[in-house]
Design a protein around this ligand. Structure first.
Ligand SMILES: [Zn+2]
Length: 192
């Protein structure tokens, strides 16, 4: 069953996620539903806030053809093929950024049809837990590192528009305002 993706204008997107403490069947089920939802929406990342839960959990799926082999990465010091590690479920991540900022045109499933350039550091080191609570570390750059940063931000209640330069934001401002209005109308109509 895929889940409804929360839209810009819903307050949960501004909430910091609580740490996950129960590594149980419910968490596994939720992550499976998030992966299904992400795939159905043709996204490459989805955070818990985007399906209505403020917890430290995100999923991502970087297809190898999309990345074109541009990201370099290690998982626990090894370099398995992307197909083996995706889709990736990340619980309670802690990240450390390094390298210069690079621009990239990002999208977000909570902002349909809105894209904008965001500058982010090129490299990430991420410590996180899997669905069994086991600790892992990923060191990566390229699109891999970008998706991690975008999703990590969601878990802190930070959105990609918060990272955009004012001149980029100005170009998409009217679309963002319209989306927020549509979301509020939807919330009212559905008594949320
Ligand atoms: Zn997003």
């Amino acid at each position: 069953m895929s889940l409804r993706v929360t839209q810009y204008g819903e307050s949960i997107l501004k909430e910091k996620g609580a740490p996950v403490t129960a590594f149980d069947a419910a968490l596994r089920k939720l992550s499976e539903q998030m992966i299904e939802t992400m795939r159905e929406a043709e996204g490459i990342g989805l955070a818990a806030q985007q399906i209505g839960q403020a917890i430290q959990l995100f999923v991502m799926e970087l297809p190898s053809e999309m990345d074109g082999g541009h990201s370099t990465y290690t998982v626990d010091g090894k370099c398995p093929p992307l197909d083996l590690i995706m889709p990736l479920v990340v619980v309670n991540p802690v990240i450390e950024l390094s390298g210069e900022d690079a621009p990239y045109e990002e999208g977000c499933l909570s902002f349909p049809n809105i894209r904008g350039k965001v500058e982010r550091p090129i490299s990430v080191k991420m410590d996180y837990q899997d669905l069994d609570g086991k600790a892992h570390q990923i060191i990566c750059d390229g699109l891999f590192a970008r998706v991690i940063q975008h999703e990590y931000d969601h878990l802190q209640g930070v959105l990609f528009i918060d990272r955009m330069r004012p001149q980029v934001l100005r170009m998409i401002e009217s679309k963002v305002r319209r989306l927020r209005r549509d979301t509020r109308d939807w919330l009212k109509a559905n008594k949320r």
